[in-house]
Design a protein around this ligand. Structure first.
Ligand code: FES
Length: 105
């Protein structure tokens, strides 16, 4: 496994939860939306605060500071004040583990 890849146990991420992890030295928010897994940069593009504590609304993650929302699949903001998208990461299931790595640009 490369240093840009992080592995976590599926049981550590029940449906409806978000977990902050590190991938390649970057903070990443990994989410379980009804059994579908997503991972995006944990840092809001508006004022660089952690998104993990903001919670989920369907397939969106909510910034706890000013309320921006980002689509977890595309990283794009769906509600301001953030304008720029989040970096997306690939998540794959291997047995009882999730493997998270940067998506190709
Ligand atoms: S810091 Fe996230 S919306 Fe302002």
């Amino acid at each position: 496994m490369s240093e840009n890849t992080t592995q976590i146990a599926c049981q550590d991420l029940p449906p409806g939860t978000v977990l902050r992890i590190e991938v390649g030295g970057e903070h990443v928010a990994v989410a379980n939306v009804d059994g579908e897994y997503f991972a995006v940069s944990d840092t809001c593009t508006h004022a660089r605060i952690s998104l993990t504590d903001g919670g989920l609304a369907g397939r969106q993650i909510i910034c706890p500071w000013h309320g921006a929302m980002f689509d977890l699949k595309t990283g794009r903001p769906t509600c301001g004040p953030a304008i720029d998208p989040l970096r997306c990461y690939n998540v794959r299931v291997e047995g009882q583990s999730l493997i998270i790595e940067p998506a190709a640009d």
